[in-house]
Design a binder for this molecule. Sequence first.
Ligand code: CP
Length: 347
Amino acid sequence: MAGERIGGQQSRGAEVSGHETGGEPTDWGSWSQSWKHHHLLGLELHSAEEIQSILDLAEKFAQASQEGRNRLTLLRGFTVANLFFENSTRTRNSFSLAAKRLGADTVEFSSAGSSTSKGETFIDTAKTIEAMGVDAVVVRHATPGTPHLLAKHLSCSVLNAGDGPHEHPTQGLLDILTIRQHRGSLKGLTVGLIGDIEHSRTARSNIWGLKKLGAHVIVCGPATLVSRRWEQLGVETSHRLDDILPRCDVLNLLRIQFERQTMRPFPSVHEYGLLYAMTKERLARSKPDVLILAPGPINRGVELTSEVADGHHSVILHQVANGISIRMAVLWLLLARRVPSESLARG
Ligand code: CP
């Protein structure tokens, strides 16, 4: 029975194979059986099969939500902590919702207003949160490698919610899921990543994931933000959006990350817009069924115009919705092994 109490403690991981309203029962436990990882640090570290498996499980969770099963109890008794040392709207809220939709409790930590201002170190802060009985820590930090450092110091699972310009694995996964939903497969597609590639963790995670699933990737932007060394990752580079437009099945428009730049990479935002903003005129010269993605936050009039952001090629809000099911999938894959076997057997 979901949520039964054993010896005064709430049981963990109820309803592993069940559902709460209607539909065929899903054997959620079977999805995690071959999962080997304790952390989600970056898509560089995952195989094509693992990435496909996360996408497939995310589809199952999305389907469960559509069927009205917004409150699964798979992770009842578990706690997920959000440790955000940088601002976030999408990632933080969707990790929080994902955890809640799996039945977990959440802890919300922001560096602003915390005891870090009194000199407590990052590791001590994370260990303090973990000591409150946390099973997974979701971390965003401006310094690349921060989640990897935490993974060495904590026993619980660590999920990278963006480490500086390095990786943003759940963003890469939700972008790829959105493309797969609209195109069926990634194999053979040409995906253009446009904008500030140099400072983009989303670009890196997309490149790892897209390449592993068989897409051709073009990174395009000003020469100061797109160097030839990206070709070492197996992608094509371009500085001329107008040249690559007719070849792209998907355009993912990345934000200019002024906060990570030490010097201005182009003369003006106006000039950037003239050369790289997605406009209705550029849309008219693109493939008729081109998909427009943007990880956000979007800056209307810089990476894209409002007509494009709100037009029928745009799947920007689908990306946001997919973020929840992707994060449910990764939380379940990382934590399912801690669900007591009697709960798994109950299904
Ligand atoms: N795409 C993304 O990471 O958005 P947030 O900064 O709002 O989380």
